[in-house]
Structure formats: C-alpha cells, structure tokens
Design a protein around this ligand. Structure first.
Ligand code: NZQ
Ligand code: ZN
Length: 405
C-alpha cells in the first residue's frame, strides 16, 4: 500500500428523527458559549421537508430565538438563499453576517451547495485575510480557529457532510474549485433519510450519479494492484447501482433512499481514497462547465464520464477489465480481446446512465450555440489531474466536450 494519513472528525447521527433526538446535544457540545447560532439554507426546500422546523424547534427549546430582540448570544441568525453551485460572493456575504452577528456555531441545512457554503463561511468568518485567495487559490496551511460548523443533510450526493472539502464558484474569474482541509470537516452531521423523500426525481438522479462518480474517480487511479480501498469501492458501486434502480422505480422506497444516503458519505469520507492517487478529471471538466454555464453537477458528470473513460480506457486496461467484471458482471470469455472487454464495461456504464434517465449530451443539459462557442475557452481553463491513468491535455478536454455535444 502507498502511505497515507486519514482522519474524519465529523460525528454522525443517522436515522429517522435524528435531528429532534440529537441536535440539542451537539449544540451544547459545539456552540461557542455566549454567541449566536447561524442557520444557512438554500431556496426553501428545507421548509417543505421538515428539516428547518425540526432544527428551529430544537434550538428554541435550548433558549435560542429568531426574534431580533432576543438577548445577545441567544439569537438564531438566518442565512437563506444559498444557491446551487454556491458563489464566492454569497459565501462572503454569509461570512460578513456571521462575523457581524458574533456567530459561534453555523448549521447548514440542505444539500452539498448549502453545506459547502456554510463550511467556507466558517473558515472566512473567523479569518482576517481573504480565505478564497489564501486557501482555495494558494492552498496555504489553515491554522486559525474556524467557527464550528455542523450540517443537517437533505440531499445525498456530495458527501460534504463527512469531509473537509468545499466547492465554490468565483463568477468573476470563472473558476470553480474545491479545497479540502481537515479543519473544514463539519463537527457534526445529522442524516435523516426521510428528508430526502421530497427531492424531485431529477435531483435524485443527479445526486446519485454524483456518488457513483466519486467512487469511479477514485477507483480509476493508482495503485492498480489489489488493495482494500478498491475492494470497498467495488462493493459500494454494486450496491449503489442496485439502490439507484430501486429508488428510481419507487421514489418512496425508504430502504433504497437510506442506503443511498449512507453510500454518499462512505464514498467521500476518504476511506476509499486511502493510498490512492485519485483522478477527478471528470470533476475538473464538469466544474469548469458549471463555472461558465451553472449546469447541474451530477448531470454534467453523467454526460462526461463515458466519453472520458473511452479516452483513458487503454491506459488503465486491467482496472477497466476488473470494472467490467466485478461491477457490471460481464465475462471475459464473451469478448474477443482484453480491449473489447474493458470497453464493454464503459458501454455498460453508458447504458446504465441512459436507463436511469440522466442526460447523455451537452445539448441535453440545455447547451445551445452560445455555449458551444465557449467550449474552447472552457477546455483551456480546465485543471488537469495528475492522479489519472494518463493526464489529458487541454486539447483533449476539448475533444471530449465535442464528443459529448
Ligand atoms: O435550494 P433548495 O431549495 O434547498 O433546493 C435544492 C437545490 O435546488 C434541492 N434540494 C436539496 N434537498 C432537497 C431539495 N429539494 C427537495 N427536497 C430536498 N430534500 O436540490 C437542489 C440541488 O441542491 P445542491 O445542494 O445544489 O445539490 P448537491 O448536493 O448536488 O450539491 C452540488 C454542489 O456541491 C459541489 C458541486 O460542485 C455543487 O457546487 N460538490 C461538492 C463536493 C464536496 N463538498 O465534497 C464534491 C462534489 O463532487 C461536488 O463538486
Ligand atoms: Zn461530485
């Protein structure tokens, strides 16, 4: 095995009713004394799925209030309107509010966008410098005290609840990128699968594909020799494919929904990344598409993955063959060559994407001639992963975008 370090400081409570049961204990443990609590959320889905009411009622029993006249240190400071693909500007607005209102705990309620934005706010609000420049751009060590941030998950996808990663979009420079610091891990994550039942089918599909993408982006990287991280990944992929089918067939299937929710966390709590170089080139390509067009993350990945894997399949032949066999159940004897067998695994992935009703072309994402004209600029702005089986060139990124057109 390659050397690695692993930690996950997030405390998780999972299950129906977990917010009402456990949030109070977490607040007592993590809220900085004498300071207010901020709750961050998105466009309002949390008010329809029960998560907002559950959280606020627990905070009220602890003596916190949304009433602006409440005693200092007992205020619930609301920060709504965190958009999908959160912007640096919105994060800065939240950080300014958190600093101004003397916030000592931030609770993000929502999907990956809300969680990422709240995690970044917790970093910026307690920092004198420019967090985007110093951490996201320069990758400087994070040594200042970060305001504790906990999350209540309403959409399984990113795994942001159990890692130190936060993705932001700088709309001025058209850069969308992540940074990962252990200090940015949420201090707690409350995961009640019943909140996810209100997700539109489109978000269910996109979020679940994002999970599969996280596993594949890790699996298809070095080392290629047998190792425990990849063994876990194969099991996770098989289970996720099963649960994805079940959830799409019956969106009320709690068993499938709860499995998917935990699979999202297992894919991104860094366990399957131990000792792996990690690719994430599909993510890099999607992030830049999103930076320019604001497209949906999981849908963008669904479009890009098969085309990308057809480009690198021969560079990681053994691993792609193993994927065909262990994830899709294909048999080598049914194919004339190793190459054909490996590509059959990629074809199986492409068929599954179609079967799940995900978009398969950039035009399906709503791209028109204006976006088409931008593809070269987007490709040139794309980060190139060095953890891949073969690092692409920016010209090849453009080829992939064109193949996805
Ligand atoms: O804004 P609201 O009203 O909350 O609606 C959201 C949003 O419109 C809605 N939603 C969430 N839970 C719902 C629900 N609607 C009904 N019922 C519920 N229970 O779903 C929409 C999408 O939410 P969003 O948070 O944007 O989705 P997702 O979780 O996919 O997050 C995407 C963001 O995370 C980044 C992506 O790039 C993107 O910016 N990523 C973060 C990562 C991380 N932190 O580790 C890794 C990922 O690879 C990814 O890059
Ligand atoms: Zn992702």
């Amino acid at each position: 095995m390659r050397d690695f370090s692993w930690e996950c400081r997030t405390r998780v409570k999972f299950g129906k009713g977990c917010v009402r049961e456990h949030l109070a204990d977490f607040v007592r443990e993590f809220a900085l004394p004498g300071r207010n609590i901020m709750i961050g959320y998105g466009g309002g889905s949390v008010k329809r799925n029960g998560a907002y009411d559950d959280a606020v009622s627990v905070l009220e029993t602890l003596g916190y209030s949304r009433d602006g006249n409440a005693t200092e240190g007992n205020l619930i400071v609301e920060f709504p309107g965190i958009m999908s693909n959160p912007t640096l500007r919105r994060m800065r607005e939240g950080a300014e509010l958190a600093a101004q209102m003397d916030v000592g705990l931030i609770i993000g309620i929502g999907g990956g966008s809300v969680m990422d934005c709240c995690k970044a706010i917790s970093v910026q609000a307690g920092y004198d410098g420019d967090a985007w420049e110093d951490f996201w751009m320069q990758g400087m060590p994070m040594t200042h005290d970060v305001i504790p941030c906990g999350v209540i998950v309403t959409m399984p996808a990113t795994g942001s609840e159990v890692n130190g990663c936060a993705v932001l979009t700088n709309e001025d420079t058209h850069i969308k990128t992540d940074r990962d610091y252990p200090a940015m891990n949420p201090v707690f994550a409350l995961m009640d699968p019943s909140y996810t039942l209100t997700m539109p089918l489109r978000q269910l599909r996109a979020g679940t594909f994002d999970i599969l993408s996280h596993i594949m982006e890790t699996y298809f990287s070095y080392p290629v020799e047998d190792n425990p991280a990849d063994d876990v990944s194969e099991g996770l992929m098989r289970g996720l494919i099963r649960d994805f089918r079940a959830a799409v067939a019956d969106p009320e299937d709690y068993q499938a929904r709860s499995n998917i929710m935990w699979a999202a966390s297992l894919a991104e709590n860094r366990i399957i990344k131990t000792g792996k170089t990690k690719d994430f080139q599909a993510h890099n390509m999607e992030h830049q598409l999103s930076a320019y067009t604001d497209c949906n993350h999981g849908e963008g990945l669904a479009v890009l993955h098969p085309a990308y894997y057809r480009h690198i399949c021969m560079d990681g032949l053994g691993k792609f063959m193993r994927f065909a066999e262990r994830v899709w159940g294909l048999c080598r004897e049914d194919y004339e060559s190793d190459e054909e067998f490996a590509l059959a695994g990629v074809d199986a992935l492409a068929s599954f994407i179609k079967e799940m009703g995900l978009p398969t072309t950039l035009r399906d994402l709503g791209f028109g001639s204006d976006e088409h004209k931008m593809l070269k600029e987007i490709a040139d702005s794309c980060f190139i992963s060095q953890g891949a089986f073969r690092p692409l060139t920016n010209e090849e990124v453009l080829d992939i975008y064109e193949e996805c057109w």
